[in-house]
Design a protein around this ligand. Structure first.
Ligand code: MG
Ligand code: MG
Length: 256
């Protein structure tokens, strides 16, 4: 990734469009989450997501992204798969899996990006705890998205939340500015030092996305050149919201 990417400060009108894109993205994720049952294929999940996007005359920026071009509108990553799993007809969900779904929505040229992780059927207490820690870390980061703070304050809050509970945050994949493009500046890692990094300004829109691993922060990429897995095979989870910095409280764009 080219992280010298430009930061685009958004006007209230632009943020309003992103909020609408975020609503659609939340509907996609909610629809897919409701389908997480044993026997459902990850390609079925992608088809359901595309149906929601089409209904709103939207599309996902994931399809065709990168090299090799990503083939689908959502990513579906199961258990040891942290992010960027490719949906397939022959990949069926099983009881006890934890599944991370990531989607983007483009509406009127603006992008919203969010992700969630959830269980299939009965999941282990260990898996449930991982989901809770990862979602909690996202909200710890969101609370730092205020004028006067810096990107390092956000990363530090996420890292502290995760590591103080005995889990690990990824180093290779980060949060990012979002809006006119899926990936804009600034880069917002899931780790950091308070008081460092770029100052947050009103009108910045950033996708925060803690990616949390049970056993190690180390990852590797599978031969499909996309799927990122934990290096030790341990469970992983991923939650993400696109968030606007305002004059007051942070505004989460990717909720219903
Ligand atoms: Mg995402
Ligand atoms: Mg993202």
């Amino acid at each position: 990734m080219d992280w010298a990417r430009q930061i685009h400060i958004k006007t209230p009108a632009e943020i309003a469009i992103m909020r609408e894109a975020g609503r659609v993205n939340a509907e996609v994720l909610g629809t897919v989450k409701a389908l997480l049952k044993p026997g459902v294929s990850t390609a079925d999940l992608n088809a359901a997501a595309e149906e929601v996007l089409r209904k709103h005359n939207c599309f996902s920026p994931f399809k065709g992204y990168g090299h090799p071009p990503f083939p689908t509108s959502i990513t579906v990553s199961i258990n040891r798969e942290l992010v960027h799993g490719i949906p397939k007809k022959d990949r069926k969900l099983r009881d006890g899996d934890i599944v991370s779904i990531d989607c983007g929505t483009v509406l009127d040229g603006y992008v919203a990006d969010s992700a969630l992780s959830a269980g299939v059927g009965e999941i282990s207490p260990k898996a449930r705890a991982l989901l809770e820690v990862t979602e909690g870390a996202l909200h710890a980061g969101i609370q730092m998205m205020r004028v006067g703070n810096r990107t390092g304050d956000v990363g530090a809050a996420i890292q502290q939340y995760v590591e103080s509970r005995g889990y690990h945050v990824t180093r290779e994949y980060t949060g990012h500015g979002v809006g006119r493009q899926m990936h804009e500046g600034p880069q917002v890692p899931n780790y950091g030092k308070p008081g460092t990094g770029l100052p947050l300004k009103q009108g910045m829109t950033i996708a925060l996305e803690p990616m949390v691993l049970v056993g190690t922060h180390a990852t590797r990429v599978l031969p499909d050149q996309w799927t990122v897995v934990s290096a030790d095979g341990s469970l992983t989870a991923h939650f993400e919201h696109s968030v606007a910095v305002t004059a007051g409280d942070p505004l989460i764009l990717t909720v219903p």
